[in-house]
Structures are given as structure tokens and as C-alpha cells.
Design a binder for this molecule. Structure first.
Ligand SMILES: Cc1cc2nc3c(=O)[nH]c(=O)nc-3n(C[C@H](O)[C@H](O)[C@H](O)COP(=O)(O)OP(=O)(O)OC[C@H]3O[C@@H](n4cnc5c(N)ncnc54)[C@H](O)[C@@H]3O)c2cc1C
Length: 471
């Protein structure tokens, strides 16, 4: 720590929000103890894989909100949007030079762990990475889990100790730190704050940036306000039906929260709080025991339990996996049984084969698959059930499971607002057998679970969905 530093710096890179964040709480605690103002640096780089108008626009919506909220509470806020590749180099060090301490977000995937480890070596002051990823701290799991049931058992044993420890919903309002720091001219001259025009603008404002302009902004707004609106409409209109209806695309009973969760605009803690408050729940309702069973542990209604199983068990299973397995995105990280069976069937005749561009343009013979791919391209999301089918068909229609992996990663991370997340890789590798068990052997899939569009049509209601995305 540098006690002569002029400010506490919060380098916001993953939990991009101004409430329900342990990292922000930690930075504020330093600001109060050291009697220094807080400065938040929220950068948006150009050179990350799949950078595109769509993802930039969503992140900028959040940054635009942060600018006004931070100003209202007397917190220094530097929104930096890199104008050309590499221009952001040196910015963190410049801010850290006069910082008492640097706090940042702990996040287990994509380029962030590498970027932060390199930064920690460069800055001369203490840097703390604080985990706000999920309800169970990443440090509470000492190994990856091979199936949801094993992780659920671990959660059921470990989570109660953490359930009362929630981040503050609105910590800036609590004050207690010196307000309105001046942002040094020497920094702003080299790394100017993003103009409101860019923070609020459309595709036109992004045209000068060297990112993928073919992936247009999605018709969803980023930021905590839009995320909270989505949460509140889900709580009032989706959650009660979630247990029975979530697999039916026509029912619109899933939360649709994954883009905001991915960008950190809304936290799993806030979503959890919304669900349990609505049910008047307290930890006294927990049923105890650690059986790994999906139902009954929370002491909630069926729908809330089903939802929390996705939000907590499945979501955090992927985060823990990425934390412990650096090769999480590679073919060789698949379970041995899955790789063996996929390899044994790699030469099986494929009745249909499509190139990447045919898939990307939704030009297959399969109406259901094309609809899902069109939804992904236009809305930046795919309905959960169809996303599984979408992946399984890519496995079936490409020449080798390795190619299927590359194609899924490309399409998912290029077009999905929630892409590039630990759950992007856990969902994609689930298609290839991760977190699953063996099933009766079939052509191409081997013992990996298969899915068909015909069965999907029989099982789920999707006529309106197909009408909408028919093309
Ligand atoms: C091929 C494939 C690719 C996927 N890519 C992504 C991705 O890029 N980003 C992503 O966040 N999820 C991904 N998933 C997981 C899942 O499909 C999405 O999280 C879910 O569809 C998001 O919709 P929702 O917010 O309405 O979910 P809801 O059903 O409302 O669930 C609430 C939250 O729980 C979490 N969740 C739900 N289902 C899963 C799951 N199966 N695995 C992990 N977490 C889950 C998500 O954070 C979700 O927002 C992928 C799944 C597959 C099969």
C-alpha cells in the first residue's frame, strides 16, 4: 500500500456495476479507512477476441450510466474507450502511480486473468483482485467438478456459510469518503474520457473503431437499469412458470438475464436476493444435508428451486471449472470417456455437412436450427433449450468434433451478448460431453448425448418462435 497515494483506484473490468459488488465494497472500505477519494477506471479495449459493435454498445450503455451515478456520489469515474489498438497501454500504471491501492475484479476466464497477472507485475502498489462472480466464492472450491451433482453436493455443504454475506446494494450512497477528486490533466490528455456522444450513440459512433462492424448492436440495452427491468419482469411474470415452462420457446418463461450477468451489469447476488425476497425466504428454510439432489434443498417452491439451480449450480460450475482448468476451452480438456467415444465415431458418415459460412448464415435444411441461429444473429441470444440443440447439430454436421468445437466457439462468442463467459465454454463443451454421462451409443455422437430437431418439435412449443425467426 502507498499511504501517500492520492486516491484509491478501482479498476473495473468484469463486475461492471455500482452496487452488489464485493470489489466495489472493498475499494470503498479502503477509501474510508485511508480517507482518500475513490476513482473508478472502467476501460473498454479494442483488441479482445470477437470485439464488435454489439458487445461495445452493450458495455457502453453500462458506462454511460456509471458516469452519471458516479458524478452524483462524488466518485471519480474515468470511462476510457480505446480509440486505436494499443492506445490504452500505460493507463493503469499512470493511475496506479498515485494510488494508495488498486482493487480489481477477479474473473476466471477469457483474457482477463492474463491481463491482470501482467498488470499486477507492472504496478508498484498493492493490487487486490476481489471475487464477486457468484454466491460461492471461487476460493471455496479447491478443484473442478466433473458433473453438476458433485458440485451441487459441495454447494449444499459450503454455501450456507456465505449466504448471509451479501455485497451492499447501493454502497456509494453510504458516503464516508472524500468526494469529487480531480482527474489529473496529465492522464486525461493522453487517455481522454469517452465522450457522451460515444457513450450514448449508435452504430455510427462506433464506425471509426477497429472492431467487427458486421455484428450490429442487439435490440437490448446494457446497464443495470435495463438488467433490473428484466429481472423485475421475470420475477412478476416468468418465475412462477419457470419450473414447468422454461424449455418452451413460445412460453417466454426464462429470465433472459445472461447478457447482463455476463457483463457484470447485474450480479447473481441481486438476482438471488430478488428471488428469495419475493418468497419471504430466510436461510432457516434450508433443508440441510448435502445429497446433491436438485429439488428440496432451498426450501422454496419448485420454480424458484429450478431457477436457482441454473443461476447458482450450473452457472458457478462453469466458473469453478475455468478457475482450475486453464485449458477449459480446448478439445483436450474434455473428459476422457467423451473424447474416446467421439474419436471412435469421428469417421462416421455425416448425412449433412455444412461449412462455417453456411452455418453462420443459417443456410441449413433444418428450420428449427436456422431459427435459433437467426435469433442469435439478430437478438444476440438463443433460447436455452434450443441452444443445446443448436450445439448438438453443429457436432453432427461438421467433419470432426474438433471442428465442431471451433465452430461453436466462433459463432457463440462472435454473436452472443453473453458470449466469452465461463458459461460459453461450459455450455459448448457440454455439447461434447463435459458435465454429462454416457448415453446409448449412436452414429457420430458415440456415447455423447444426442438431440434431434424432430424430438424437439414434439417436446416443446415453438410454433410462434419459428414464425418469428423463419427469416
Ligand atoms: C452450446 C451452448 C452455449 C452456451 N453459451 C453460453 C454463453 O455464451 N453464455 C452464457 O451465459 N451461457 C451459455 N450457455 C448456457 C445457457 O444456455 C444460458 O446461460 C441460458 O440460456 C441463458 O438464458 P437465460 O438467462 O434466460 O437463462 P435462465 O434459464 O433464466 O437461467 C438464469 C441464469 O442461470 C445461468 N444458466 C442457465 N442455464 C445455464 C447453463 N446450462 N449453464 C450455465 N449457466 C446457466 C445463466 O447465467 C442464466 O442467465 C450455453 C449453453 C449451450 C448449450
Amino acid at each position: 500500500m502507498n499511504p501517500r497515494g492520492r486516491h484509491v483506484l478501482y479498476w473495473m473490468v468484469a463486475s461492471r456495476r455500482l452496487g452488489w459488488s464485493f470489489a466495489l465494497d472493498r475499494a470503498l472500505a479502503h477509501a474510508r479507512t485511508m480517507d482518500r477519494p475513490l476513482v473508478i477506471l472502467e476501460p473498454l479495449r479494442l483488441d479482445y477476441a470477437w470485439a464488435a459493435d454489439r458487445h461495445h454498445r452493450f458495455a457502453l450503455d453500462g458506462m454511460n450510466e456509471h458516469r452519471t451515478t458516479a458524478a452524483r456520489h462524488g466518485v471519480g469515474y474515468h470511462a476510457y474507450v480505446e480509440p486505436v489498438r494499443g492506445a490504452g497501454k500505460g493507463l493503469l500504471e499512470a493511475w496506479a502511480e498515485d494510488a494508495v491501492v488498486v482493487v480489481t475484479d477477479d474473473f476466471p476466464a477469457f483474457f482477463l486473468p492474463r491481463m491482470q497477472a501482467a498488470a499486477a507485475r507492472r504496478v508498484r502498489v498493492r493490487m487486490e483482485a476481489v471475487d464477486s462472480c457468484g454466491l460461492l466464492p471461487l476460493a471455496a472450491s479447491s478443484r473442478p467438478f466433473s458433473a453438476a451433482v458433485h458440485f451441487r453436493r459441495h454447494l449444499q455443504r459450503s454455501l450456507p456459510a456465505y449466504l448471509l454475506d451479501m455485497p451492499a446494494p447501493d454502497p456509494l450512497a453510504e458516503g464516508g469518503f472524500p468526494a469529487d477528486p480531480e482527474l489529473p490533466e496529465s492522464i486525461l490528455a493522453q487517455w481522454p474520457s469517452a465522450e457522451p456522444r460515444l457513450l450514448q450513440g449508435g452504430a455510427q459512433e462506433l464506425a471509426g473503431l477497429d472492431i467487427d462492424h458486421d455484428v450490429a448492436p442487439a435490440p437490448l440495452s446494457g446497464g443495470a437499469t435495463a438488467g433490473r427491468q428484466r429481472l423485475s419482469s421475470f420475477l412478476s411474470d416468468g418465475l412462477d412458470r419457470y419450473g414447468t415452462e422454461r424449455n418452451h420457446p413460445d412460453a417466454d418463461a426464462a429470465s433472459g438475464l445472461s447478457p447482463w450477468l455476463h457483463w457484470g451489469h447485474i450480479s447473481a447476488h441481486e438476482v438471488f436476493h430478488g428471488v428469495v425476497t419475493r418468497a419471504g425466504w430466510s436461510p432457516a428454510r434450508l433443508n440441510g444435508g448435502a445429497t446433491g439432489r436438485r429439488e428440496g434443498w432451498w426450501g422454496l417452491d419448485e420454480s424458484s428451486e429450478a431457477f436457482l439451480d441454473q443461476l447458482v449450480t450450473w452457472r458457478e460450475l462453469g466458473f469453478v471449472f475455468c478457475r482450475h482448468v486453464p485449458t477449459y476451452g480446448e478439445y483436450r480438456s474434455l473428459p476422457k470417456w467423451a473424447m474416446e467415444t467421439l474419436e471412435a465415431h469421428a469417421q462416421d458418415r455425416r448425412p449433412y455437412r455444412y461449412t462455417l459460412s453456411e452455418l453462420e448464415d443459417a443456410r441449413t435444411h433444418d428450420e428449427v436450427w436456422n431459427a435459433a441461429q437467426r435469433e442469435l444473429r439478430q437478438r444476440g441470444i438463443i433460447h436455452n433449450y434450443l441452444r443445446m440443440l443448436w450445439g448438438k447439430k453443429i457436432l453432427e454436421w461438421t467433419s470432426h468434433p474438433r471442428e465442431a468445437l471451433d465452430v461453436m466457439v466462433h459463432l457463440n462468442n462472435r454473436w452472443a451478448l453473453d458470449g466469452r463467459d465461463p458459461n460459453s465454454w461450459s455450455g459448448i463443451t457440454w455439447v461434447l460431453g463435459r458435465f454429462d454421462r454416457g448415453w446409448p451409443e449412436r452414429a457420430i455422437y458415440g456415447k455423447v448425448r444426442s438431440m434431434t430437431s424432430e424430438a424437439t418439435r414434439r417436446k416443446v412449443r415453438l410454433e410462434r418462435y419459428l414464425d418469428r425467426w423463419r427469416g
